[in-house]
Design a protein around this ligand. Structure first.
Ligand code: FES
Ligand SMILES: [Fe+2]
Length: 395
């Protein structure tokens, strides 16, 4: 039987979705392709404020776990089921050192070592031969992170330079649970088009009115991922917004309040967030909101700050090809890469590298067609001499 075209009239029968075949990247269980990939990174798993005197049951990367604090405040992350008879350590009792299972009183420390075996004889060889599954945890800026991969492959702990930029920046932890696979949320962040519809028309002006304008898109490679860039003509201004996508599951976004009404240049970050799988169908949207004077009020950055990004607003724009724009190698050297770890190390004495995102964004965007807006901007035929004021808004 011949197959009818899937774009014909009333094509419902011939155009049904095929049975879904899971993309390996969407898998989160131990041993799966995606699950092992994600287990090579540190991930935030809870807010510090969620773990007090009582243990907290959590599920991360399809594993049931328990978070607890020893009396001194030290955090532990253990497999939730006790290795003795499977009782849930959610009902365990935190100790001066470790946590005691509620069922037969075995005690495990934060490394998973068996400290005590309750009613077993003192000569028991259990402590020497068995352990409760445990993962290393770190606490930073009000959030708890875990590394759930092989200890021998543990990357450095991620400290992004955006955390401390600009001086006085406040990090406010936030967490949402979303009934969705992690990859769909990551993909959403790379898609600036939905801002013009969902966040500007369908839901009202959730950011600013400038977001109603359809953007031209650029995707510029970075050492840790890419910039998802949206360039808009807004009246007599060119508005560039770059989102910093750090693979596999981190993104940094500018605040959305810029209405493109005044010329400005902002290199601060409004949000740093991770998407951390709970399991294959649920995810944590977890990260930090950044609060500082620039997230509230866009303004031109100080001249010295612009200088080290490679150009100044008043200078003649560099001639850079937009198509296949690549990261500036001079900027790349400012970044520290360690294996597959998404780490940018903070070097307080040097200019913060976060702005290098902005420099690349602006270099690429400056090469766009810059005729005053009649319709949406398009690639090519750049005439740099007639640029409208450029507004950048990158993280
Ligand atoms: S089940 Fe945990 S000590 Fe027995
Ligand atoms: Fe969105």
């Amino acid at each position: 039987m011949s197959q009818a075209p899937t774009n014909g009239l009333y094509s419902g029968y011939h155009n049904r979705p095929k049975a879904a075949v899971a993309n390996p990247l969407t898998q989160t269980t131990p041993g799966s392709d995606g699950g092992e990939y994600l287990r090579r990174y540190w991930h935030p798993i809870a807010l510090s404020s969620e773990v007090g005197a009582l243990p907290k049951a959590i599920r991360i990367l399809s594993e049931d776990l328990v978070l607890f604090r020893e009396h001194g405040g030290k955090l532990g992350l253990l497999h939730r089921q006790c290795i003795h008879r499977g009782a849930s350590l959610e009902f365990g009792i935190p100790q001066e050192r470790g946590i005691m299972c509620c069922y037969h009183g075995w005690v495990f420390d934060t490394t998973g070592a068996v400290l005590s075996v309750g009613a077993e004889p003192e000569t028991s060889r259990i402590p020497a031969n068995f352990g409760q599954g445990a993962y290393p945890v770190r606490e930073a800026h009000g959030m708890i992170f875990a590394y759930m991969g092989p200890p021998e492959s543990m990357p450095e702990f991620p400290i992004y330079d955006t955390f401390l930029h600009p001086i006085g920046n406040d990090l406010v932890p936030l967490k949402l649970t979303i009934p969705c696979n992690w990859l769909q949320i990551v993909e959403n962040a790379c898609d600036p088009i939905h801002n013009a519809y969902l966040h500007a028309i369908v839901s009202g002006e959730q950011f600013s009115a400038a977001f109603k304008v359809q953007p031209a898109l650029d995707f510029v490679e970075t050492p840790l991922g890419f910039l998802s860039m949206a360039t808009r003509h807004v009246k007599d201004k060119v508005y560039i917004r770059a989102s910093d996508i750090i693979l596999p599951n981190v993104a940094q976004f500018a605040a959305g309040s810029n209405d493109a009404s005044t010329e400005c240049f902002n290199i601060s970050c409004g949000l740093t967030r991770w998407v951390v799988p709970i399991d294959d169908r649920n995810s944590l949207y977890i990260g930090y909101g950044h609060y500082n004077e620039r997230t509230e009020q866009f303004r031109r950055a100080p001249a010295e700050e612009l200088a080290w990004t490679g150009w100044a607003l008043s200078a003649r724009p560099p001639t850079v090809r937009t198509r296949n724009a690549r990261w500036n190698p001079a900027i790349t050297t400012r970044w520290s890469r360690r294996d597959r770890s998404p780490i940018i190390r903070q070097n307080i004495s040097a200019p913060p590298t976060a702005a290098s995102s902005c420099s690349a964004a602006c270099s690429a965007a400056r090469s766009k067609q810059c005729e005053p807006a009649k319709s949406r901007p398009s690639r090519g035929s750049a005439r740099m001499g007639r640029c409208a004021p450029i507004i950048t808004n990158s993280s």
